[in-house]
Design a protein around this ligand. Structure first.
Ligand code: MN
Length: 286
């Protein structure tokens, strides 16, 4: 059995732009190898937004290089546009898996419709690192619809399989390194044993409710980091709960990050800043 090595989480929120009230549940800035291949997990909301007739809230044009961003929308809608000519709206239950690779410039805002109507807002953004050989790959998007995400029911709950596989069911996301991403709902008093790949980093994020993980009690916006060894973990939901399970094969390479760039060396960070300032990332089409 795996055990809980540490409990991560952060209740001190900050705003990303004026649209996303975020708590960073873990970050590579604190310890990169322990969470590899993941870099950070931002939990935006839950929060209720009033109807807004002004320009939609959000975060304007900004770059990324060297990793992937995975946006999961639970409530509300997020619209995006980018320098590769892509754009669209991520709705409730949908996932956007963006490979920044060599570099994108994009913007992320509440959709016009959600902004005008207001209402509950809740999303997660996960950053997944790329191995050195893929850091400068072409930018790409996977727009993953709710219908394309299989849901596996089990005694005590269900799991939407976004990436990897869960009890033999394969998720739709293409990944550069082995990753599982399961979006789980647990019923009150559920007892669930999860089989997990040995040698993978495993992070279990409690988004809502209270869950006992390998004997350790966690509340909402807390993350259990599990031991590398062991092949399973026992969960008990003390009430109804939403849990996001991340597992991934660690990438054994240096992690050097600066804001929206995550590379392997300081020189590569300076190159990223130079390339962005020189306009080599392109721009969002007007
Ligand atoms: Mn971004």
């Amino acid at each position: 059995m795996k055990n809980v090595v540490e409990v991560l989480g952060n209740n001190q929120g900050h705003w990303v732009g004026d649209g996303f009230p975020v708590r960073s549940l873990f970050s590579y800035h604190r310890h990169a190898q322990e969470v590899s291949p993941f870099l950070l997990l931002d939990y935006a909301g839950p929060r209720n937004f009033e109807p807004n007739d002004a320009a939609p809230r959000g975060v304007g044009s900004h770059p990324h290089r060297g990793f992937e961003t995975v946006t999961i929308v639970y409530d509300g809608e997020v619209s995006h546009a980018d320098s590769a000519g892509g754009g669209g709206t991520i709705g409730r239950g949908e996932v956007q898996w963006m490979t920044a690779g060599a570099g994108v410039v994009h913007e992320e805002f509440h959709s016009r419709g959600f902004s005008k109507a207001g209402g509950p807002f809740r999303m997660v953004q996960l950053w997944v690192n790329l191995p050195a050989k893929d850091k400068l790959s072409s930018p790409a998007y996977q727009a993953i619809t709710a219908q394309s995400i299989p849901e596996v029911a089990f005694a005590g709950g269900s799991a939407r399989v976004i990436a990897g596989s869960f009890r033999g069911t394969q998720g739709p996301a293409r990944t550069f390194t082995p990753v599982n991403l399961w979006d789980m709902t647990l019923e009150a008093d559920a007892d669930v044993t999860l089989d997990l790949p040995s040698g993978h980093t495993v992070l279990v994020a409690v988004l809502s409710g209270h869950v006992t993980i390998a004997g350790e009690g966690l509340g909402d916006a807390q993350v259990a980091r599990l031991s590398l060894d062991g092949a399973s973990v026992a969960l008990h939901a003390d009430g109804e709960a939403k849990v996001l399970v991340l597992t991934g094969e660690p990438i054994d390479e240096p992690v050097v990050g600066h804001g929206p760039f995550v590379m392997n060396s300081e020189a590569e960070i300076h190159q990223a800043i130079d390339d962005f300032n020189a306009g080599r990332f392109g721009a969002i089409a007007a």
